[in-house]
Design a protein around this ligand. Structure first.
Ligand SMILES: Nc1ncnc2c1ncn2[C@@H]1O[C@H](COP(=O)(O)OP(=O)(O)OP(=O)(O)O)[C@@H](O)[C@H]1O
Ligand SMILES: [Zn+2]
Length: 585
Protein backbone atom coordinates (compact mmCIF):
# COMPACT_ATOMS: atom_id res chain seq x y z
CA UNK A 1 0.00 0.00 0.00
CA UNK A 2 1.30 3.45 -0.94
CA UNK A 3 1.03 4.91 2.56
CA UNK A 4 1.89 1.85 4.62
CA UNK A 5 4.87 3.61 6.22
CA UNK A 6 2.56 6.42 7.31
CA UNK A 7 0.10 3.99 8.85
CA UNK A 8 2.87 2.56 10.99
CA UNK A 9 3.48 6.01 12.45
CA UNK A 10 0.08 7.67 12.43
CA UNK A 11 -2.37 4.77 12.29
CA UNK A 12 -5.85 5.57 11.05
CA UNK A 13 -5.11 9.32 11.16
CA UNK A 14 -3.42 8.78 7.81
CA UNK A 15 -6.83 8.72 6.14
CA UNK A 16 -7.58 12.15 7.52
CA UNK A 17 -4.44 13.59 5.92
CA UNK A 18 -5.53 12.03 2.66
CA UNK A 19 -8.92 13.71 2.86
CA UNK A 20 -7.60 17.18 3.73
CA UNK A 21 -6.78 20.27 1.74
CA UNK A 22 -4.01 22.49 3.01
CA UNK A 23 -2.51 25.82 1.99
CA UNK A 24 1.21 26.62 2.18
CA UNK A 25 1.95 30.35 2.03
CA UNK A 26 5.52 30.99 0.91
CA UNK A 27 7.67 28.66 -1.19
CA UNK A 28 11.08 29.91 -0.06
CA UNK A 29 13.56 28.45 2.43
CA UNK A 30 11.03 26.89 4.79
CA UNK A 31 8.40 26.37 2.07
CA UNK A 32 10.54 24.08 -0.13
CA UNK A 33 11.25 21.84 2.86
CA UNK A 34 7.67 21.98 4.07
CA UNK A 35 6.24 21.01 0.70
CA UNK A 36 8.36 17.87 0.70
CA UNK A 37 7.19 17.06 4.26
CA UNK A 38 3.52 17.62 3.42
CA UNK A 39 3.89 15.31 0.44
CA UNK A 40 5.47 12.68 2.67
CA UNK A 41 2.45 12.98 4.96
CA UNK A 42 0.29 12.31 1.94
CA UNK A 43 -2.02 15.31 2.26
CA UNK A 44 -4.86 15.07 -0.25
CA UNK A 45 -4.51 18.51 -1.80
CA UNK A 46 -1.72 21.02 -1.26
CA UNK A 47 -1.91 24.60 -2.54
CA UNK A 48 1.46 26.30 -2.94
CA UNK A 49 1.36 30.09 -2.92
CA UNK A 50 4.19 32.58 -3.44
CA UNK A 51 4.40 36.02 -5.04
CA UNK A 52 8.03 35.88 -6.01
CA UNK A 53 10.29 34.56 -8.73
CA UNK A 54 13.47 32.58 -8.14
CA UNK A 55 16.68 34.47 -7.54
CA UNK A 56 20.25 33.18 -7.79
CA UNK A 57 20.70 33.72 -4.03
CA UNK A 58 17.83 31.26 -3.29
CA UNK A 59 19.56 28.26 -4.85
CA UNK A 60 21.87 27.40 -1.96
CA UNK A 61 18.97 26.32 0.27
CA UNK A 62 15.73 26.24 -1.70
CA UNK A 63 16.49 22.78 -2.95
CA UNK A 64 13.58 22.50 -5.36
CA UNK A 65 15.05 25.22 -7.57
CA UNK A 66 17.90 25.04 -10.12
CA UNK A 67 19.92 27.58 -12.12
CA UNK A 68 17.59 27.12 -15.10
CA UNK A 69 14.63 28.21 -12.92
CA UNK A 70 15.96 31.70 -12.16
CA UNK A 71 13.25 34.32 -12.84
CA UNK A 72 10.49 31.68 -12.89
CA UNK A 73 7.60 31.64 -10.42
CA UNK A 74 8.53 29.95 -7.14
CA UNK A 75 5.09 28.44 -6.63
CA UNK A 76 4.85 27.00 -10.16
CA UNK A 77 8.44 25.76 -10.16
CA UNK A 78 8.05 24.10 -6.76
CA UNK A 79 4.94 22.31 -8.02
CA UNK A 80 6.78 21.07 -11.13
CA UNK A 81 9.94 20.14 -9.21
CA UNK A 82 8.14 17.68 -6.96
CA UNK A 83 6.25 16.21 -9.92
CA UNK A 84 8.64 13.26 -10.13
CA UNK A 85 8.48 12.51 -6.38
CA UNK A 86 6.46 9.42 -5.70
CA UNK A 87 3.45 11.17 -4.26
CA UNK A 88 -0.32 11.00 -4.52
CA UNK A 89 -1.25 14.55 -3.50
CA UNK A 90 -3.05 16.92 -5.82
CA UNK A 91 -0.95 20.07 -6.16
CA UNK A 92 -2.18 23.55 -7.09
CA UNK A 93 0.23 26.48 -7.51
CA UNK A 94 -0.70 30.17 -7.15
CA UNK A 95 1.66 32.93 -8.22
CA UNK A 96 0.42 35.93 -6.27
CA UNK A 97 0.42 38.00 -3.12
CA UNK A 98 -1.55 36.38 -0.31
CA UNK A 99 -2.82 39.85 0.61
CA UNK A 100 -4.38 40.39 -2.83
CA UNK A 101 -8.08 40.17 -2.02
CA UNK A 102 -9.11 39.95 -5.68
CA UNK A 103 -6.95 36.93 -6.31
CA UNK A 104 -7.50 35.38 -2.89
CA UNK A 105 -10.93 36.36 -1.56
CA UNK A 106 -12.27 34.86 1.61
CA UNK A 107 -13.82 31.94 -0.30
CA UNK A 108 -10.31 30.95 -1.35
CA UNK A 109 -9.26 30.45 2.27
CA UNK A 110 -12.37 28.68 3.49
CA UNK A 111 -11.65 25.63 1.31
CA UNK A 112 -8.66 24.71 3.49
CA UNK A 113 -8.48 22.57 6.62
CA UNK A 114 -5.09 23.92 7.71
CA UNK A 115 -2.92 26.87 6.66
CA UNK A 116 0.87 26.69 6.91
CA UNK A 117 2.81 29.96 6.92
CA UNK A 118 6.32 29.80 5.49
CA UNK A 119 6.75 33.54 5.09
CA UNK A 120 9.56 36.01 5.63
CA UNK A 121 7.81 39.22 6.68
CA UNK A 122 5.56 40.44 9.44
CA UNK A 123 2.99 42.15 7.25
CA UNK A 124 1.97 38.99 5.43
CA UNK A 125 2.12 36.97 8.66
CA UNK A 126 -0.24 39.36 10.44
CA UNK A 127 -2.54 39.24 7.44
CA UNK A 128 -2.80 35.45 7.38
CA UNK A 129 -3.19 35.46 11.16
CA UNK A 130 -6.18 37.80 10.75
CA UNK A 131 -7.69 35.59 8.05
CA UNK A 132 -7.28 32.59 10.37
CA UNK A 133 -9.13 34.51 13.08
CA UNK A 134 -11.98 35.35 10.70
CA UNK A 135 -12.28 31.83 9.35
CA UNK A 136 -11.15 29.93 12.50
CA UNK A 137 -8.89 27.75 10.36
CA UNK A 138 -5.90 26.33 12.30
CA UNK A 139 -2.71 28.13 11.30
CA UNK A 140 0.77 26.68 11.72
CA UNK A 141 3.15 29.59 11.81
CA UNK A 142 6.90 29.12 11.37
CA UNK A 143 9.96 31.26 10.98
CA UNK A 144 13.73 31.06 11.09
CA UNK A 145 16.55 33.52 11.42
CA UNK A 146 19.99 31.98 11.08
CA UNK A 147 20.26 29.28 13.72
CA UNK A 148 17.10 30.40 15.47
CA UNK A 149 13.68 29.12 14.57
CA UNK A 150 10.20 28.65 15.84
CA UNK A 151 6.95 26.87 15.07
CA UNK A 152 3.69 28.07 16.57
CA UNK A 153 0.44 26.19 16.02
CA UNK A 154 -2.46 28.64 16.32
CA UNK A 155 -6.02 27.57 17.08
CA UNK A 156 -7.87 30.86 16.59
CA UNK A 157 -9.29 32.33 19.82
CA UNK A 158 -8.32 29.16 21.70
CA UNK A 159 -4.58 29.71 21.84
CA UNK A 160 -2.14 32.58 21.53
CA UNK A 161 -2.29 34.05 18.01
CA UNK A 162 0.56 35.60 16.03
CA UNK A 163 -0.36 39.07 17.30
CA UNK A 164 -0.79 38.10 20.98
CA UNK A 165 2.85 38.82 21.75
CA UNK A 166 4.16 42.07 20.28
CA UNK A 167 7.05 41.72 17.87
CA UNK A 168 10.42 43.37 18.18
CA UNK A 169 10.74 46.51 16.11
CA UNK A 170 13.93 47.20 14.13
CA UNK A 171 16.65 49.15 15.87
CA UNK A 172 16.63 52.84 15.08
CA UNK A 173 19.26 55.52 15.62
CA UNK A 174 18.79 59.14 16.71
CA UNK A 175 18.55 61.54 13.74
CA UNK A 176 21.61 63.45 14.95
CA UNK A 177 23.82 60.36 14.96
CA UNK A 178 22.83 59.55 11.42
CA UNK A 179 22.86 63.08 10.09
CA UNK A 180 25.72 64.82 11.89
CA UNK A 181 27.84 62.62 14.14
CA UNK A 182 28.14 59.08 12.79
CA UNK A 183 30.66 56.89 14.58
CA UNK A 184 30.07 53.40 13.14
CA UNK A 185 29.74 51.95 9.64
CA UNK A 186 26.06 51.12 10.31
CA UNK A 187 25.34 54.85 10.87
CA UNK A 188 26.75 55.67 7.42
CA UNK A 189 24.94 52.76 5.75
CA UNK A 190 21.65 53.84 7.36
CA UNK A 191 22.29 57.41 6.18
CA UNK A 192 22.95 56.28 2.60
CA UNK A 193 20.03 53.84 2.40
CA UNK A 194 17.31 55.46 4.51
CA UNK A 195 18.11 59.14 4.13
CA UNK A 196 20.14 59.99 1.03
CA UNK A 197 18.63 57.42 -1.33
CA UNK A 198 14.97 58.41 -0.74
CA UNK A 199 15.89 62.12 -0.71
CA UNK A 200 17.53 61.94 -4.12
CA UNK A 201 15.52 59.23 -5.83
CA UNK A 202 12.30 58.81 -3.82
CA UNK A 203 8.85 59.99 -4.77
CA UNK A 204 8.46 63.74 -4.47
CA UNK A 205 8.93 64.69 -0.87
CA UNK A 206 5.83 66.32 0.53
CA UNK A 207 5.82 69.04 3.16
CA UNK A 208 4.87 66.40 5.71
CA UNK A 209 8.03 64.42 5.03
CA UNK A 210 10.31 67.42 5.46
CA UNK A 211 12.53 67.45 8.48
CA UNK A 212 11.05 69.61 11.23
CA UNK A 213 12.94 71.09 14.19
CA UNK A 214 11.02 68.83 16.60
CA UNK A 215 12.27 65.71 14.76
CA UNK A 216 15.83 66.51 15.77
CA UNK A 217 16.65 65.44 19.28
CA UNK A 218 19.23 68.09 19.94
CA UNK A 219 19.51 71.15 22.13
CA UNK A 220 22.13 72.53 19.84
CA UNK A 221 20.43 75.34 17.92
CA UNK A 222 23.23 75.64 15.39
CA UNK A 223 23.02 71.90 14.66
CA UNK A 224 19.25 72.05 14.16
CA UNK A 225 19.63 74.97 11.77
CA UNK A 226 22.39 73.23 9.85
CA UNK A 227 20.35 70.06 9.42
CA UNK A 228 17.27 71.94 8.27
CA UNK A 229 19.28 73.93 5.72
CA UNK A 230 20.91 70.74 4.50
CA UNK A 231 17.48 69.18 3.94
CA UNK A 232 16.14 72.06 1.92
CA UNK A 233 19.21 72.11 -0.30
CA UNK A 234 18.77 68.41 -0.93
CA UNK A 235 15.37 69.12 -2.38
CA UNK A 236 17.10 71.36 -4.94
CA UNK A 237 19.42 68.48 -5.82
CA UNK A 238 16.44 66.26 -6.40
CA UNK A 239 15.34 68.66 -9.15
CA UNK A 240 18.76 68.17 -10.79
CA UNK A 241 18.34 64.39 -10.60
CA UNK A 242 14.91 64.59 -12.19
CA UNK A 243 16.18 66.81 -15.00
CA UNK A 244 19.40 64.92 -15.77
CA UNK A 245 19.85 64.40 -19.53
CA UNK A 246 20.92 60.96 -20.83
CA UNK A 247 24.65 60.44 -20.34
CA UNK A 248 25.00 63.59 -18.24
CA UNK A 249 27.14 63.11 -15.16
CA UNK A 250 27.67 66.81 -14.45
CA UNK A 251 24.82 66.98 -11.99
CA UNK A 252 26.54 64.34 -9.87
CA UNK A 253 29.45 66.75 -9.22
CA UNK A 254 26.97 69.17 -7.67
CA UNK A 255 25.61 66.41 -5.44
CA UNK A 256 29.13 65.44 -4.38
CA UNK A 257 30.07 69.05 -3.66
CA UNK A 258 27.05 69.49 -1.47
CA UNK A 259 26.86 66.29 0.53
CA UNK A 260 30.52 65.36 0.85
CA UNK A 261 32.02 68.87 1.05
CA UNK A 262 29.66 71.76 1.88
CA UNK A 263 27.50 69.89 4.39
CA UNK A 264 30.62 68.68 6.16
CA UNK A 265 32.08 72.19 6.26
CA UNK A 266 28.82 73.42 7.74
CA UNK A 267 28.96 70.76 10.44
CA UNK A 268 32.59 71.67 11.18
CA UNK A 269 31.51 75.24 11.95
CA UNK A 270 29.43 73.92 14.87
CA UNK A 271 32.41 73.59 17.14
CA UNK A 272 30.55 72.13 20.13
CA UNK A 273 29.97 68.96 18.15
CA UNK A 274 33.69 68.28 17.89
CA UNK A 275 34.85 68.90 21.46
CA UNK A 276 34.87 65.22 22.24
CA UNK A 277 34.85 63.81 18.72
CA UNK A 278 37.35 63.64 15.92
CA UNK A 279 36.54 66.26 13.29
CA UNK A 280 35.38 65.02 9.88
CA UNK A 281 37.29 66.08 6.79
CA UNK A 282 35.46 67.19 3.64
CA UNK A 283 36.11 64.91 0.70
CA UNK A 284 39.06 65.97 -1.38
CA UNK A 285 39.88 63.44 -4.06
CA UNK A 286 39.38 62.62 -7.73
CA UNK A 287 37.62 59.54 -9.06
CA UNK A 288 39.64 56.90 -10.88
CA UNK A 289 38.62 54.83 -13.89
CA UNK A 290 37.04 51.59 -12.72
CA UNK A 291 36.31 48.44 -14.66
CA UNK A 292 35.06 45.63 -12.48
CA UNK A 293 35.52 45.73 -8.75
CA UNK A 294 35.70 42.69 -6.48
CA UNK A 295 32.81 42.91 -4.00
CA UNK A 296 34.74 40.93 -1.39
CA UNK A 297 37.65 43.42 -1.30
CA UNK A 298 37.85 46.88 0.24
CA UNK A 299 37.86 49.60 -2.38
CA UNK A 300 39.85 52.82 -2.24
CA UNK A 301 38.08 56.11 -1.65
CA UNK A 302 38.76 57.05 -5.29
CA UNK A 303 37.11 53.85 -6.48
CA UNK A 304 34.12 54.50 -4.25
CA UNK A 305 33.83 57.99 -5.68
CA UNK A 306 33.86 56.66 -9.24
CA UNK A 307 31.18 54.12 -8.35
CA UNK A 308 29.10 56.82 -6.70
CA UNK A 309 29.17 58.86 -9.92
CA UNK A 310 28.26 55.86 -12.09
CA UNK A 311 25.46 54.53 -9.93
CA UNK A 312 23.91 57.95 -9.32
CA UNK A 313 23.73 58.75 -13.02
CA UNK A 314 22.39 55.27 -13.84
CA UNK A 315 19.61 55.52 -11.26
CA UNK A 316 18.75 59.05 -12.45
CA UNK A 317 18.25 57.65 -15.96
CA UNK A 318 16.19 54.70 -14.72
CA UNK A 319 13.89 57.10 -12.88
CA UNK A 320 12.64 58.32 -16.26
CA UNK A 321 11.08 54.87 -16.79
CA UNK A 322 9.52 54.62 -13.33
CA UNK A 323 10.26 54.61 -9.61
CA UNK A 324 13.45 52.98 -8.32
CA UNK A 325 13.59 51.61 -4.79
CA UNK A 326 16.54 50.29 -2.85
CA UNK A 327 16.85 46.55 -3.24
CA UNK A 328 19.91 44.62 -2.13
CA UNK A 329 19.69 42.57 -5.33
CA UNK A 330 19.51 45.63 -7.59
CA UNK A 331 23.17 46.32 -8.43
CA UNK A 332 22.77 50.06 -9.18
CA UNK A 333 20.96 50.80 -5.93
CA UNK A 334 23.35 48.64 -3.93
CA UNK A 335 26.39 50.31 -5.56
CA UNK A 336 24.94 53.69 -4.68
CA UNK A 337 24.45 52.77 -1.02
CA UNK A 338 27.87 51.08 -0.79
CA UNK A 339 29.77 54.00 -2.30
CA UNK A 340 27.81 56.74 -0.49
CA UNK A 341 28.20 54.94 2.85
CA UNK A 342 31.92 54.37 2.31
CA UNK A 343 32.58 57.97 1.26
CA UNK A 344 30.83 59.20 4.38
CA UNK A 345 32.74 56.71 6.52
CA UNK A 346 36.00 57.96 5.01
CA UNK A 347 35.08 61.58 5.82
CA UNK A 348 34.27 60.68 9.45
CA UNK A 349 37.35 58.42 9.90
CA UNK A 350 35.17 55.32 10.23
CA UNK A 351 36.45 52.06 8.67
CA UNK A 352 35.02 51.45 5.19
CA UNK A 353 33.34 48.11 4.39
CA UNK A 354 33.28 45.77 1.40
CA UNK A 355 30.27 45.63 -0.89
CA UNK A 356 29.62 42.12 0.38
CA UNK A 357 29.49 43.30 3.99
CA UNK A 358 27.32 46.32 3.22
CA UNK A 359 24.88 44.15 1.27
CA UNK A 360 24.40 42.02 4.39
CA UNK A 361 23.80 45.02 6.60
CA UNK A 362 21.69 47.13 4.21
CA UNK A 363 19.65 44.11 3.11
CA UNK A 364 19.08 43.04 6.75
CA UNK A 365 20.55 39.71 5.79
CA UNK A 366 21.04 37.13 8.47
CA UNK A 367 22.51 34.20 6.61
CA UNK A 368 19.76 31.63 6.20
CA UNK A 369 20.70 28.17 7.46
CA UNK A 370 19.23 25.34 5.39
CA UNK A 371 19.29 22.93 8.33
CA UNK A 372 17.29 25.27 10.59
CA UNK A 373 14.71 25.62 7.81
CA UNK A 374 14.54 21.85 7.38
CA UNK A 375 14.10 21.24 11.11
CA UNK A 376 11.42 23.89 11.60
CA UNK A 377 9.56 22.80 8.45
CA UNK A 378 9.58 19.25 9.84
CA UNK A 379 8.07 20.39 13.13
CA UNK A 380 5.55 22.53 11.27
CA UNK A 381 4.32 19.55 9.23
CA UNK A 382 4.26 17.31 12.30
CA UNK A 383 2.34 19.89 14.35
CA UNK A 384 -0.54 19.59 11.91
CA UNK A 385 -1.37 16.07 13.10
CA UNK A 386 -2.97 17.52 16.22
CA UNK A 387 -5.47 19.49 14.15
CA UNK A 388 -7.22 16.16 13.51
CA UNK A 389 -8.13 15.31 17.10
CA UNK A 390 -11.84 15.12 17.76
CA UNK A 391 -12.11 17.91 20.33
CA UNK A 392 -10.64 21.38 20.55
CA UNK A 393 -9.44 20.56 24.04
CA UNK A 394 -7.35 17.69 22.65
CA UNK A 395 -6.05 19.72 19.71
CA UNK A 396 -4.86 22.44 22.04
CA UNK A 397 -3.50 20.29 24.84
CA UNK A 398 -1.54 17.97 22.55
CA UNK A 399 -0.01 20.72 20.41
CA UNK A 400 3.36 22.17 21.24
CA UNK A 401 5.21 25.30 20.40
CA UNK A 402 8.74 24.52 19.20
CA UNK A 403 11.64 26.91 19.38
CA UNK A 404 15.41 26.84 19.28
CA UNK A 405 17.20 26.34 22.53
CA UNK A 406 20.04 28.56 23.59
CA UNK A 407 21.63 25.80 25.61
CA UNK A 408 24.44 23.93 23.88
CA UNK A 409 23.18 20.49 24.94
CA UNK A 410 19.74 20.95 23.36
CA UNK A 411 18.68 21.91 19.93
CA UNK A 412 15.04 22.71 20.47
CA UNK A 413 12.63 23.21 23.34
CA UNK A 414 8.90 22.82 23.29
CA UNK A 415 6.14 24.14 25.47
CA UNK A 416 2.38 23.87 25.64
CA UNK A 417 0.30 26.46 23.80
CA UNK A 418 -0.58 29.54 25.82
CA UNK A 419 -4.14 30.84 25.92
CA UNK A 420 -4.94 33.98 23.94
CA UNK A 421 -3.80 37.28 25.37
CA UNK A 422 -6.96 39.18 26.41
CA UNK A 423 -5.27 42.41 25.39
CA UNK A 424 -4.18 41.19 21.97
CA UNK A 425 -5.32 43.69 19.32
CA UNK A 426 -6.22 40.82 16.99
CA UNK A 427 -7.87 38.26 19.30
CA UNK A 428 -9.76 40.61 21.57
CA UNK A 429 -11.95 41.99 18.79
CA UNK A 430 -15.37 40.54 18.02
CA UNK A 431 -15.24 39.41 14.42
CA UNK A 432 -17.39 38.00 11.72
CA UNK A 433 -17.99 37.84 8.01
CA UNK A 434 -20.61 40.00 6.36
CA UNK A 435 -22.03 38.61 3.15
CA UNK A 436 -23.24 41.45 0.95
CA UNK A 437 -23.75 42.68 -2.59
CA UNK A 438 -21.97 46.04 -2.31
CA UNK A 439 -23.65 47.40 -5.43
CA UNK A 440 -27.12 47.05 -3.89
CA UNK A 441 -26.71 48.73 -0.50
CA UNK A 442 -25.86 52.25 0.64
CA UNK A 443 -23.72 53.18 3.63
CA UNK A 444 -26.94 54.09 5.41
CA UNK A 445 -28.49 50.70 4.63
CA UNK A 446 -25.49 49.02 6.17
CA UNK A 447 -25.50 51.36 9.17
CA UNK A 448 -29.17 50.64 9.92
CA UNK A 449 -28.72 46.88 9.52
CA UNK A 450 -25.79 46.90 11.97
CA UNK A 451 -27.65 48.97 14.54
CA UNK A 452 -30.74 46.71 14.28
CA UNK A 453 -28.79 43.49 14.49
CA UNK A 454 -26.39 44.24 17.31
CA UNK A 455 -28.27 46.78 19.40
CA UNK A 456 -25.88 49.71 19.03
CA UNK A 457 -27.28 53.18 19.66
CA UNK A 458 -27.56 55.50 16.65
CA UNK A 459 -24.08 56.79 17.20
CA UNK A 460 -21.72 54.33 15.53
CA UNK A 461 -18.62 54.80 13.42
CA UNK A 462 -17.95 52.74 10.28
CA UNK A 463 -14.47 52.68 8.79
CA UNK A 464 -12.80 50.62 6.11
CA UNK A 465 -9.12 50.29 6.95
CA UNK A 466 -8.06 53.78 7.94
CA UNK A 467 -10.83 55.44 5.89
CA UNK A 468 -13.87 56.67 7.73
CA UNK A 469 -17.13 55.90 5.90
CA UNK A 470 -19.51 57.24 8.48
CA UNK A 471 -19.77 58.69 11.94
CA UNK A 472 -22.11 61.06 13.73
CA UNK A 473 -20.23 64.15 12.50
CA UNK A 474 -19.55 62.79 9.02
CA UNK A 475 -22.66 61.73 7.17
CA UNK A 476 -21.66 62.80 3.62
CA UNK A 477 -21.51 59.20 2.38
CA UNK A 478 -24.83 57.98 3.75
CA UNK A 479 -26.58 57.76 0.38
CA UNK A 480 -23.55 56.44 -1.49
CA UNK A 481 -23.60 52.85 -2.72
CA UNK A 482 -21.11 50.74 -0.84
CA UNK A 483 -19.24 49.56 -3.93
CA UNK A 484 -17.99 53.15 -4.39
CA UNK A 485 -16.35 53.27 -0.97
CA UNK A 486 -15.58 49.70 -0.02
CA UNK A 487 -14.28 46.48 -1.64
CA UNK A 488 -14.69 42.77 -1.13
CA UNK A 489 -12.03 41.20 1.03
CA UNK A 490 -11.53 44.34 3.11
CA UNK A 491 -12.45 44.76 6.74
CA UNK A 492 -15.07 47.15 8.12
CA UNK A 493 -14.50 48.50 11.62
CA UNK A 494 -17.63 49.28 13.58
CA UNK A 495 -17.19 51.30 16.76
CA UNK A 496 -19.66 52.50 19.33
CA UNK A 497 -19.20 56.24 19.87
CA UNK A 498 -20.95 55.94 23.22
CA UNK A 499 -18.34 53.36 24.15
CA UNK A 500 -20.93 51.07 25.66
CA UNK A 501 -20.80 48.09 23.32
CA UNK A 502 -17.71 46.35 21.98
CA UNK A 503 -16.43 47.23 18.54
CA UNK A 504 -16.67 44.85 15.62
CA UNK A 505 -14.61 43.82 12.64
CA UNK A 506 -16.58 42.60 9.65
CA UNK A 507 -14.79 41.03 6.70
CA UNK A 508 -16.67 41.89 3.50
CA UNK A 509 -17.57 38.84 1.47
CA UNK A 510 -19.51 38.81 -1.79
CA UNK A 511 -23.12 37.73 -1.44
CA UNK A 512 -26.53 38.34 -3.02
CA UNK A 513 -28.04 40.41 -0.26
CA UNK A 514 -26.97 41.69 3.15
CA UNK A 515 -26.37 39.05 5.80
CA UNK A 516 -24.72 39.93 9.06
CA UNK A 517 -23.04 37.24 11.15
CA UNK A 518 -24.50 36.00 14.42
CA UNK A 519 -22.21 37.61 17.00
CA UNK A 520 -22.34 38.35 20.68
CA UNK A 521 -21.61 42.07 20.94
CA UNK A 522 -21.22 42.55 24.62
CA UNK A 523 -21.00 45.56 26.86
CA UNK A 524 -17.56 47.06 26.86
CA UNK A 525 -15.37 46.07 29.74
CA UNK A 526 -13.59 49.21 30.82
CA UNK A 527 -10.12 48.34 32.12
CA UNK A 528 -9.58 49.21 35.78
CA UNK A 529 -6.98 51.87 35.10
CA UNK A 530 -9.30 53.53 32.58
CA UNK A 531 -12.17 53.47 35.06
CA UNK A 532 -9.97 55.35 37.50
CA UNK A 533 -9.01 57.89 34.87
CA UNK A 534 -12.69 58.34 34.05
CA UNK A 535 -13.55 58.91 37.68
CA UNK A 536 -10.89 61.54 38.00
CA UNK A 537 -11.76 63.43 34.88
CA UNK A 538 -15.34 63.32 33.68
CA UNK A 539 -14.88 64.55 30.15
CA UNK A 540 -11.87 62.43 29.34
CA UNK A 541 -12.21 60.82 25.93
CA UNK A 542 -11.25 57.20 26.03
CA UNK A 543 -9.84 55.95 22.80
CA UNK A 544 -11.15 52.48 22.17
CA UNK A 545 -9.06 49.75 20.66
CA UNK A 546 -11.40 49.76 17.71
CA UNK A 547 -9.14 51.22 15.09
CA UNK A 548 -5.96 49.43 15.94
CA UNK A 549 -5.04 47.47 12.87
CA UNK A 550 -2.60 44.66 12.80
CA UNK A 551 -1.63 45.60 9.28
CA UNK A 552 -0.12 48.80 10.60
CA UNK A 553 2.55 46.97 12.48
CA UNK A 554 5.75 46.66 10.55
CA UNK A 555 9.09 45.54 11.65
CA UNK A 556 11.55 42.78 11.78
CA UNK A 557 11.14 39.56 9.89
CA UNK A 558 10.23 36.44 11.67
CA UNK A 559 8.49 35.67 14.89
CA UNK A 560 10.12 36.92 18.03
CA UNK A 561 9.39 35.92 21.55
CA UNK A 562 10.61 39.14 23.19
CA UNK A 563 7.72 40.49 25.18
CA UNK A 564 7.78 44.24 25.68
CA UNK A 565 4.27 45.40 25.42
CA UNK A 566 2.47 48.62 24.88
CA UNK A 567 -0.89 46.89 24.75
CA UNK A 568 -0.60 45.76 28.32
CA UNK A 569 1.98 44.01 30.41
CA UNK A 570 3.58 41.24 28.43
CA UNK A 571 3.04 37.77 29.67
CA UNK A 572 6.28 36.36 30.95
CA UNK A 573 5.86 32.71 30.40
CA UNK A 574 7.45 30.48 32.96
CA UNK A 575 8.09 26.92 31.95
CA UNK A 576 7.92 24.37 34.68
CA UNK A 577 10.06 21.28 34.36
CA UNK A 578 7.27 19.00 33.21
CA UNK A 579 5.84 21.54 30.83
CA UNK A 580 9.05 21.70 28.87
CA UNK A 581 10.03 18.76 26.79
CA UNK A 582 13.62 18.69 25.76
CA UNK A 583 14.53 17.11 22.51
CA UNK A 584 18.17 16.10 22.42
CA UNK A 585 19.60 15.86 18.96
N1 LIG B 1 2.66 38.51 0.77
C1 LIG B 1 3.19 37.39 0.28
N2 LIG B 1 2.48 36.60 -0.52
C2 LIG B 1 3.02 35.47 -1.02
N3 LIG B 1 4.28 35.05 -0.76
C3 LIG B 1 5.03 35.82 0.03
C4 LIG B 1 4.53 37.03 0.60
N4 LIG B 1 5.51 37.58 1.35
C5 LIG B 1 6.57 36.76 1.26
N5 LIG B 1 6.30 35.71 0.47
C6 LIG B 1 7.21 34.61 0.12
O1 LIG B 1 7.64 33.93 1.28
C7 LIG B 1 8.89 33.29 0.99
C8 LIG B 1 9.77 33.36 2.19
O2 LIG B 1 10.92 32.61 1.94
P1 LIG B 1 12.39 32.99 2.44
O3 LIG B 1 12.32 33.42 3.85
O4 LIG B 1 13.30 31.87 2.11
O5 LIG B 1 12.71 34.28 1.59
P2 LIG B 1 13.39 34.45 0.16
O6 LIG B 1 12.87 35.75 -0.40
O7 LIG B 1 13.21 33.23 -0.67
O8 LIG B 1 14.93 34.56 0.53
P3 LIG B 1 15.80 35.84 0.93
O9 LIG B 1 14.84 36.77 1.64
O10 LIG B 1 16.81 35.26 1.85
O11 LIG B 1 16.33 36.38 -0.36
C9 LIG B 1 9.49 33.99 -0.24
O12 LIG B 1 9.54 33.09 -1.31
C10 LIG B 1 8.51 35.13 -0.50
O13 LIG B 1 8.34 35.40 -1.86
ZN1 LIG C 1 -3.98 37.25 19.60
Amino acid sequence: MYDSHLRKIFGSQTDQFRQSKVLMVGAGGIGCELLKDLLLMNYGEIHILDLDTIDLSNLNRQFLFRQKDIKKSKAMTAQQAVGHFNHASKLVAHHGNIMDTNMFPLSFFTQFDIIFNALDNLEARFYVNKIALFTKIPLIESGTSGLKGQVQPIYPYETECFACIPKEQPKTFPVCTIRSTPSKPIHCITWAKNFLFPQLFGDDVSDQDKLKPQDIESDNKAEIEALLKESNELLDLKVLVNEAAPGDKGFVSKIIEKIFEEDIERLLRIETLWKTREKPEPLNCEPVKIKSLDGQKLWTVEENLALFINSTSKIAQRLKQGPVEFDKDDEDTLDFVVSAANLRSYIFHIPMKTKFEIKQIAGNIIPAVATTNAIMAGFSALSSIHAFHATMQEKVSKSKMVYDSNQPSRFVNTSGLAPKNPKCPACSVTRGIISIDLSKYTVDGLRKAIIDKYGYSDDIGIAEGTRLLYDYDFDDNLEIKLDKVCSYGNVLFISDADDELDSLELLVDKGDKLELPELEVSAKVVPEEKKEEEDEEDDLIIEGDDLIMEGDINGLDGPKRKAEDDMGPAKKRKYTADEVEVIEL
